[in-house]
Ligand binder design. Structure first.
Ligand SMILES: Nc1nc2c(c(=O)[nH]1)N[C@H]1C(S)=C(S)[C@@H](COP(=O)(O)O)O[C@H]1N2
Ligand SMILES: [Mo]
Length: 201
């Protein structure tokens, strides 16, 4: 439910409440949320695709993807179900390293994240053409657990966390927007937690 008073949990933890977006509350736990079941993924027959309106489409093994470059980053996550987790240590390939490899055409305005079992999430290109956006394979100093997206998930801290597709298998670059899975159920297309863009209607 919407938080009306102060975030007592944040206060107790000594968290600066201005870091919690409107209507969110602080948690030190990491809830698991998704539609469907946790896929079993075998890296031997796993690949990652960068495709669509790009100069150089790619299909990469996990090691080839890592070879694009890796980095550590610390980012907050904000779930539309109202929990926010702060200062999560992430490790992965910067989305910008993939952008440099595939070279999106000038006409590209949107990215569609494609995950196992047909799950998709759409984002404006600006949301991923951002130093903070990662193709993440570690969190909290360890490989992603199966329920948090092993082996790879998108991590876009500027948007509600539903856009951060778990079990990511590719990014498609387009000039026409296509609502993803949750967006099709009425969640907001742009999903900026600081503007409280939860629902599209
Ligand atoms: N493939 C896939 N990724 C997904 C989802 C999903 O249903 N399928 N749900 C999203 C939602 S609604 C949230 S809040 C986050 C939750 O990630 P977590 O379980 O690691 O906290 O994953 C997002 N990524
Ligand atoms: Mo969510």
């Amino acid at each position: 439910m919407a938080r009306t008073g102060p975030d007592t949990k944040a206060r107790a933890a000594g968290i600066d409440e201005s870091r919690i977006p409107p209507g969110q509350y602080y948690t030190d736990k990491w809830p698991v949320l998704h539609a469907g079941s946790v896929p079993h993924v075998d890296l031997a027959d796993w690949d990652f695709r960068g495709f669509g309106l790009v100069r150089h489409p790619v299909r990469l093994s996990f090691d080839e993807l890592k070879a694009l470059g890796e980095r550590d980053t610390v980012a907050d996550i904000h779930c539309v179900t109202r929990w926010s987790r702060l200062d999560v240590p992430w490790h992965g390939v910067p989305v910008r390293a993939l952008l440099a490899a595939v070279e999106p055409l000038e006409s590209v305005r949107f990215v569609i994240a494609h995950a196992e079992q047909g799950f998709t999430a759409n984002l404006p290109i600006e949301a991923v053409d951002d130093d903070a956006a990662l193709l993440a394979y570690e969190a909290d100093g360890a490989p992603l657990t199966p329920e948090h997206g092993y082996p790879l998930r998108l991590m876009v801290p500027s948007r509600y966390f539903w856009k951060s597709a778990k079990w990511l298998r590719g990014l498609e670059f387009t000039d026409v927007d296509r609502p993803g899975f949750w967006e099709g159920y009425g969640y907001h297309n742009d999903a900026d937690p600081w503007k409280e863009e939860r629902y599209g209607f």
